[in-house]
Design a protein around this ligand. Structure first.
Ligand SMILES: [Zn+2]
Length: 150
């Protein structure tokens, strides 16, 4: 049997919410949440930080679909590889890599065996969006495009 290339398999589109997934009928929250709802009651600076993070991910990664969910906002290439959780005083920015990295800027790392790492940092100032972070985002985007084995 020819080896299936995961990067080129068409995505399945959920008929209810319209979101796209690599696996048909994959479990998901299946809700449509308004992006603006995440910013209700927040300072405009928080929206600016989010927009800066999204722009940064698009700049260093590439085109993404923004998927507002109930408690988070996900960024999807082929798969969801990055995103944000909106807080009152900061934006919790996340991305997924296939390797451990040592960098003090991350306040939380979720390890998902065997080799998945979801990094979190608190964005309070756009000056945090530097070149090194850009290199991580570039790598995370490759994960989002399924360039690595799952
Ligand atoms: Zn759905």
């Amino acid at each position: 049997m020819p080896k299936v290339n995961p990067e080129t398999q068409p995505l399945w589109k959920c008929p209810r919410c319209g979101h796209r997934f690599v696996t048909p009928n994959m479990w998901h929250s299946c809700t449509q949440v308004d992006l603006d709802a995440h910013f209700t009651g927040k300072e405009p600076t928080i929206r600016k930080l989010f927009d800066a993070w999204l722009g940064f991910v698009r700049k260093y990664g590439g085109p993404v679909t923004v998927i507002p969910q109930k408690s988070r906002i996900s960024f999807q290439a082929r798969v969801r590889f990055s995103g944000a959780i909106i807080h009152k005083q900061w934006v919790d920015c996340t991305f997924w890599l296939k390797r451990p990295i040592q960098d003090d800027r991350f306040d939380k790392v979720e390890k998902i065996p065997p080799i998945n790492y979801v990094y979190h940092f608190k964005l309070t100032d756009t000056a945090q969006l530097d070149e090194r972070l850009g290199s991580y985002v570039r790598e995370a985007y490759q994960v989002g495009q399924q360039k690595f084995d799952q």
